[in-house]
Design a protein around this ligand. Structure first.
Ligand SMILES: [Zn+2]
Length: 481
C-alpha cells in the first residue's frame, strides 16, 4: 500500500504518493505491539473472537456483492443502474435490521457514446481504447493527426514546439508492485488526470494515455481526467499497454498518424444520494463511528472490487453485530457514497451538511482498495499528535485481528470520500488489503465478481466489524489525549 497525501482530486486512490513504507504483511516484521503488556484491546478478546467466527461462518457479503454486480451491474453517476443500486442498498440494510435513509446529492452526469480509433499511417491498425471519464467528444468525423510520444512531463516540455495540432501519447509505464513500494499507481495516474490539460495548453488537439496498469491482456483502463479553467478542453482516451508500446515503436521509426472518434456528452447534473444506515449505540448514541465505501463505479465491468466490495463489507460488518445483538456505546453509521469516481460530490456534500456534528465523529473508515484479504489500516488525523495516539491505539486493537493476517499500521490517508472531513479533524482510517492484483482490473471490463474471493471478503467484514465495534465501545475517544 502507498502512503498517500490528502488531496482534492477525484479518483479511486489519491494520485499523490509520499515515500512508501514497507508493507509489513509481506515480511515477517509485524508493526503491531508485542502481546505481553496490557492493552485497550484486552477486554475485547472474547467478543472479537465471536465477531470473527460469525463473519467467517457465512458468505453474506459475497451474496450481497453478487446481487449488486450480477443483477444491477456497473453504476456510473447519473445512470439508472446507480439509482437501482441506491434503492437496493437501502432496502437490504432495512431488511438487515438497520435504520436507513438516503441523503440527496446532485452529481455530474457524463455519458460515454460510441468510441473508436485506429492507426492510419504508416500502416492501418485498429486501436484498443476507452474514453477517459469526463472527456469531451471529438467532432463527428473524428480527429486525424500525427502523434507525439512523451514519457514524462519533462519530455512534454522539451517537445513543446512539436505539439501544436498533434495528438499527444503519454506512454508512461506503471511500475510493477513491490514490497518496498507497493503499487506504482500513484506515480503514473497524474498523466491520466492532468495530461490532457497540459497538452492542450501547448496546442495539442487530443490526448492518448497508456492505461494505468502494470499488467495487461490488452485491457483498457478508464478513469477521470481533469480539465483546467481557461484552457481548451481536448478529447482524451486511454489505449491498452500493447497499443501504447506499439505506437511508441512505430513513432521511433518515423511519422505516425492516428484517427480518434469519441461521442461522449456532459449532461446537466443529476439527482443521486448517499445511503446512510445506523446501528444505534446504547448510551453515547450521538457519537459516531462512520464506516464507508462508494456505491458508484465507472461504466465498465461490474464495479466489483471498485468499490462494490467496500460497500458490502460495511453492510455486512453491521449485519454481523446485529446477528450477535452487540450494541456498543456509540452509534455505528454506514455511509455508501455516491459519485466518488467523477466528482466526489457524495463525500463533499456529507461533510458540508453534517458540519455541525463532525465533532461527534469519533472515526471515519473507508475501504476502497478492493475486496482482497485484510492486511492492516492506514491511520490519519490532521493533528500529528492525535494521529500518533490513534496509530498506537489502532495497533493495539489490530492485535485482535492477527489470525486474519492483519499486521500493518500505516500513517496517512484513509480514502477519498472521507477526506473532505479531514479539515474538521475527523480521525480517518483506510482498510489496507492485499492489493497486488487490484490495478490489473481497476476501471476495466475485467472488474467483475469472479475476481473477488469470498473468503477474503468475509475476512474484510471481520476486520471492519471488530475495529468499528471496539472503537464505538471504548471508554475514551480514539484520539483522546
Ligand atoms: Zn474506488
Amino acid at each position: 500500500m502507498k502512503r498517500l497525501v490528502l488531496l482534492s482530486l477525484a479518483g479511486c486512490v489519491a494520485p499523490v504518493a509520499m515515500q512508501a513504507p514497507t508493507p509489513a504483511w509481506v515480511s515477517d516484521t509485524s508493526t503491531l505491539p508485542a502481546s505481553q503488556k496490557a492493552t485497550i484491546a484486552d477486554p475485547y478478546r472474547e467478543v472479537a473472537a465471536k465477531i470473527i467466527a460469525t463473519a467467517r461462518a457465512d458468505r453474506g457479503a459475497y451474496q450481497k456483492l453478487a446481487e449488486l454486480t450480477d443483477k444491477i451491474g456497473h453504476r456510473l453517476s447519473g445512470s439508472p443502474e446507480l439509482d437501482r443500486a441506491i434503492a437496493w442498498a437501502a432496502q437490504t440494510m432495512k431488511s438487515d435490521g438497520l435504520e436507513v435513509h438516503t441523503e440527496k446529492v446532485m452529481v455530474p452526469h457524463w455519458v460515454r457514446g460510441a468510441e473508436d480509433g485506429e492507426i492510419t499511417a504508416p500502416i492501418a491498425r485498429p486501436l484498443h481504447l476507452i474514453g477517459l471519464g469526463g472527456t469531451i467528444a471529438t467532432p463527428k468525423a473524428g480527429i486525424t493527426a500525427p502523434i507525439v510520444v512523451v514519457h514524462d512531463w519533462k519530455e512534454l516540455e522539451a517537445k513543446h514546439d512539436q505539439l501544436k495540432g498533434a495528438i499527444v501519447l503519454f506512454d508512461v509505464a506503471m511500475p510493477v508492485w513491490t514490497p518496498e513500494n507497493g503499487s506504482g499507481y500513484g506515480e503514473v495516474v497524474q498523466y491520466r488526470s492532468g495530461g490532457p490539460a497540459k497538452a492542450a495548453k501547448a496546442g495539442a488537439v487530443a490526448v492518448l494515455v497508456r492505461s494505468v496498469t502494470a499488467h495487461s491482456l490488452r485491457t483498457v483502463h478508464t478513469g477521470a481526467t481533469h480539465y483546467e479553467d481557461g484552457i481548451a478542453k481536448i478529447p482524451a482516451a486511454a489505449v491498452s499497454v500493447e497499443d501504447a508500446t506499439f505506437l511508441t515503436r512505430l513513432a521511433a521509426q518515423g511519422s505516425v498518424t492516428v484517427h480518434l472518434h469519441l461521442e461522449s456528452q456532459m449532461l446537466p447534473d443529476a439527482e443521486s444520494a448517499n445511503v446512510v444506515a445506523e446501528w444505534r449505540g446504547s448510551d453515547k448514541a450521538d457519537e459516531i463511528v462512520l464506516i464507508s465505501g462508494h456505491l458508484d463505479s465507472w461504466d465498465v465491468g461490474q464495479g466489483a472490487h471498485d468499490d462494490g466490495a467496500g460497500c458490502v463489507t460495511m453492510m455486512q460488518a453491521v449485519r454481523v453485530l446485529e446477528q450477535l445483538k452487540l450494541h456498543p456505546h456509540r452509534t455505528i453509521r454506514v455511509v455508501l457514497w455516491t459519485n466518488e469516481e467523477n466528482g466526489l460530490r457524495g463525500g463533499k456534500t456529507y461533510a458540508e451538511q453534517h458540519q455541525a456534528e463532525l465533532g461527534k465523529h469519533v472515526l471515519a473508515v473507508e475501504s476502497d482498495s478492493g475486496g482482497f484479504a485484510p492486511r492492516g489500516f492506514s491511520v490519519g488525523h490532521k493533528d500529528p499528535a492525535a494521529a500518533g495516539r490513534m496509530q498506537a491505539r489502532i495497533g493495539e486493537i489490530a492485535t485482535l485481528l492477527r489470525e486474519l493476517g492483519v499486521t500493518h499500521i500505516g500513517a496517512g490517508y484513509g480514502g477519498s470520500d472521507i477526506a473532505p472531513m479531514w479539515p474538521a479533524g475527523v480521525p480517518q482510517v483506510g482498510l489496507e488489503v492485499d492489493n497486488r492484483t487490484y490495478f490489473d482490473v481497476h476501471h476495466t471490463d475485467a472488474d467483475t465478481l469472479d475476481k473477488v474471493d469470498p473468503v477474503a471478503l468475509a475476512d474484510d467484514v471481520a476486520a471492519v466489524a471488530v475495529l468499528a465495534y471496539v472503537v464505538a465501545d471504548l471508554p475514551e475517544r480514539l484520539d483522546a489525549p
